[in-house]
Ligand binder design. Structure first.
Ligand code: SF4
Ligand code: SF4
Length: 60
């Protein structure tokens, strides 16, 4: 599985950045960067208030 972000839906609230236990996510100005080290724990997917994150079979 791979984490994808829908950048047209993301509101850049930073909630996912704060909850990731491995500091994979970073807000760079108005762009959510997905770095390396994701363990597919799904915590960020659950916390996102607008459903912009998803764990999928393939990289979007
Ligand atoms: S799935 Fe888990 S490890 Fe991966 S970016 Fe989200 S919170 Fe971090
Ligand atoms: S929690 Fe959702 S809306 Fe907020 S920065 Fe992360 S992906 Fe974007």
């Amino acid at each position: 599985m791979v984490l994808n972000v829908n950048r047209y839906v993301c509101g850049y609230c930073g909630a996912c950045v704060a909850v990731c236990p491995h500091c994979v996510l970073e807000l760079v100005e108005t762009w959510l960067e997905i770095g390396s080290g994701c363990t597919e724990c799904g915590t960020c997917v659950k916390i996102c208030p607008v459903g912009a994150l998803s764990l999928d079979e393939v990289k979007a």
